[in-house]
Design a protein around this ligand. Structure first.
Ligand code: PGA
Length: 252
């Protein structure tokens, strides 16, 4: 049985003071029950402080990006082993903002995915189409292309310890959420692609939805059979908002 994973992607937001308040609010309000886990992904400079603030709570720590290289002359980059060293369990790779604004190709994303796993991190690989791609009917082929790069580089076996996040670009930060049915259709497609390669792995891999998920729409999305959690941007920046989504997962 797959557990829900509710992951907060703080993006480039926060400060020491704001993070302290956010983390203590989240830690104090983790819903009772089982079958779900919570994760926060702060900006790099705050990993250490947020990691210490989370000690003793079940909330896990992750990062938003990682280098595909192990170490060396890569000014400004952060190696997978460094994230592990800072207490991260997860790292997001291939977020659409990185693909669109920093030119990350699906091949580079696949290399990051592999490097993260080699260092013992669980990659959360993001895929998703733009509005234009959805409107011209290429949602599935876009998602397939993005996933194929990872299958080709890492193999299907790598998905035994990886998470996929379906994030339609048109729903990110826009307040426009995919309907549960729209999201489920793509989630089912993704699981089907995985199943064609390995049915057992497909059954166990968590596929998160991301894009304007919030307390009010979380229960509907999480009720879908192939939606196993959320990657939350805006609503992860306030403890109450994040906890409302966690509560939906705890009830699901
Ligand atoms: P959003 O962001 O929840 O603010 O739409 C989601 C994401 O980009 O991961």
């Amino acid at each position: 049985m797959r557990e829900f994973l509710i992951a907060g992607n703080w993006k480039m937001n926060g400060s020491n003071a704001a993070n302290r308040e956010l983390v203590s609010g989240i830690a104090a309000g983790v819903p009772a029950g089982s079958g779900f886990s919570l994760l926060v992904c702060p900006p790099y400079p705050y990993l250490a402080a947020v990691g210490s603030a989370l000690e003793g709570s079940p909330v896990k720590l992750g990062a938003q990006n990682v280098s595909e290289h192990e170490s060396g002359a890569f000014t400004g980059e952060v190696a997978p082993a460094m994230l592990k060293d800072m207490g991260c369990d997860y790292v997001i790779v291939g977020h659409s903002e990185r693909r669109a604004m920093y030119g990350e190709s699906s091949f580079q994303v696949a290399a990051k995915f592999q490097a993260a796993q080699a260092a013992g991190l669980t990659p959360i690989v993001c895929v998703g189409e733009t509005l234009e791609e959805r409107e011209d009917g290429s949602t599935e082929s876009v998602v397939d292309f993005q996933l194929n790069a990872v299958f080709d580089a890492a193999g299907i076996g790598a998905f035994a310890s990886a998470v996929v996040a379906y994030e339609p670009v048109w729903a990110i930060g826009t307040g426009k959420t995919a309907t549960p049915e729209q999201a489920q259709e793509v989630h089912r497609h993704i699981r089907g692609r995985l199943a064609a390669l390995d049915a057992g792995i497909a059954e166990n891999v968590q596929i998160l939805y991301g894009g304007s998920m919030k307390g009010e729409n979380a229960a509907g999305l999480l009720a879908m059979p192939d939606i196993d959690g959320g990657l939350i941007g805006g609503a992860s920046l306030k403890a109450d908002d994040f906890l409302a989504i966690a509560a939906a997962a705890a009830q699901g």
